[in-house]
Write a protein that binds this ligand. Structure first.
Ligand code: MLT
Length: 302
């Protein structure tokens, strides 16, 4: 019997696969494998018998990778398993930046049931007029599974998509996302794009990459989307950029004390992968990776 500790928010489609030779244990001290979603394991004392950790998601910044490497604990993630869920929320973000849907909804709530609503509506409509995203330039920074998915969908909507990936070659990136018109350096994205969306992992090299130096290169009125990791953006610099109008809209999946309540900001509580479908896909992929390793010693996606 192999003991698996399932830490949080793992869809039952994943744990249902751990039958037969597997026992789900509550206490981590007995675990040979761990299934985890977003809980941080940085302060966790790993048991001596722990062999592998599978993260039901793309990012692994909630896992102490150096410690795992030292102790020979194999770490898996689930690349691509939630790409559709995240892509759909990024598209929602793109639409929300260009059309004042939120303002319109609030207006309807405020005026619900009023007699002369049609007349008032005609007067107020102008204030909610927006723009279309078709023909606008979108810069996608990071062309992994999610970035490529976003790039291809945005291109299908008629956006001119520029892509840049700090970790793969231009040719490899082109093979992954043929709808990206120009694979350029990041500075070109900063200079030319109307919308910029980040899809890179959180590493020392990417931490706070969206900062004053980056804003200095960007167009006035640029729109920034961050559905990847909170610390990719320097919040103080973002607050200043919003105040000065350098950034017109900031769409982020990470609430924070400095910018969430500011005009022009639409923040959500890390909902990108929070769809039943993405949660099921991630849980199943993570459980299968764990089993394949514990049973056969196979290492995929680690
Ligand atoms: C990811 O890294 O893919 C996300 O953080 C997944 C999640 O929301 O759990």
């Amino acid at each position: 019997m192999r003991n698996i500790c399932c830490l949080n928010q793992i869809s039952h489609y994943g744990t249902d696969r751990l039958t037969g030779d597997y026992k789900l244990v509550d206490d981590m001290k007995d675990a040979e494998g761990i299934l985890v979603r977003s809980a941080s394991l940085h302060e966790t004392e790993f048991p001596a018998g722990l062999e592998a950790i599978a993260r039901a998601g793309a990012g692994v910044n909630n896992i102490p990778l150096d410690e795992c490497a030292k102790k020979g604990i194999v770490v898996f993630n689930t690349p691509g398993a939630n790409k559709n869920g995240v892509k759909e929320l990024v598209l929602a973000g793109l639409f929300l930046t260009s059309r004042d849907v939120v303002g319109g909804i609030e207006w309807c709530r405020e005026h619900a049931g009023e007699e002369d609503i049609s007349k008032k509506m005609e007067k107020s409509k102008k204030a909610f007029a927006g723009n279309e995203i078709r023909g606008k330039k979108l810069g996608v920074i990071g062309l992994g599974a999610i970035g490529c998915e976003v790039a291809n969908a945005a291109a299908a909507l008629g956006m001119e998509v520029y892509g840049y990936d700090p970790f793969i070659s231009v040719n490899a990136a082109w093979m992954l996302s043929r709808s990206v018109k120009h694979i350029m350096d990041v500075n070109t994205i900063y200079k030319d794009c109307d919308y910029i969306t980040v899809h890179v992992p959180l590493l020392d090299s990417t931490k706070e990459m969206i900062n004053q130096a980056a804003f200095d290169q960007m167009k006035d009125g640029v729109v920034i989307l961050n559905y990847a990791r909170d610390l990719l953006v320097n919040d103080d610099d973002m607050a200043e950029a919003l105040k000065s109008g350098k950034v017109k809209k900031y769409i982020t999946d990470f609430p924070n004390a400095k910018t969430s309540a500011m005009d022009g900001v639409i923040a959500t509580p890390h909902l990108g992968a929070s769809t039943e479908e993405s949660e099921d896909n991630c849980a199943v992929m993570a459980a299968d990776e764990l089993k394949d390793y514990l049973e056969n010693g196979n290492i995929k996606n680690s």
